[in-house]
Design a protein. Sequence first.
Length: 271
Amino acid sequence: MSEKNSYTKVVLEHYRREAERHGKDTSSTMRDEITRGREVAGVIRVLEWLEVRKSGVRRALDIGCGNGYLLHVLRERFPELELAGAEYTPEMCALARSRATAGVTIQEADVRALPYKDGEWDAVVTERCIINVMDVRDQVRSLREVARVLRKGGYFVCIEAFTDGLAELNAARAELGMPPNVPPHHNIWFDKEWFLRTIASDFEVVDLAGHGDPTLPSPNFLSSHYFISRVLYPAVTKADIAYNTHLVKFFSFLPPQGNYSPIQFYLLKRR
């Protein structure tokens, strides 16, 4: 399939450079330490929650696993969980394998045509993966592939980027005289209505907020962090956005408010 899509060269080249420059560092694909930390913490917390609820999650697949960092952390926390990673970029795949994380298999694979059986997995995680599929029709195919490889009643931990969060962020920036942020050149971010409509036949959205547990991630789990780091910090300093600053870390205790982050967290259950 990759031979038929002109955008694949853009994606492969971008992540080849990421692999060369950042290796197995946690900064690979995400320089923002707070964003990366909260993504990983959110995945762990949801898997813990599912474990307590006896949801039958015994096999989990990380699609777009990059250099294997998330899988390495999950192995330490969930020693009994069968874990695997799928990665499109050969250089990233090699890095993930080089970790030699116990009991974790890594396969070079394309989210648009996954090499797994129907219903093979109890849980799937994507961490900013499907937004790299730079054609909306292929994004639909990718979401349906995730559904196909999940068993009925299985769970999809979907961390992707959405245009509604970007719109709110840019409205706040405009109020303070700053130019808009734009998606990276190798991404197409999801329109929220399109996303919910596309997944509706295969998934139901799990309302984590309805369980009254503030430790569970909400869709806007990064909203306050993005407001501080992408609006307040550049407004105060009159400088470009800078990651991992003391000011941003100081305000990292804030609970999520508003809808200022493109990166959002959804837990979906396979119908």
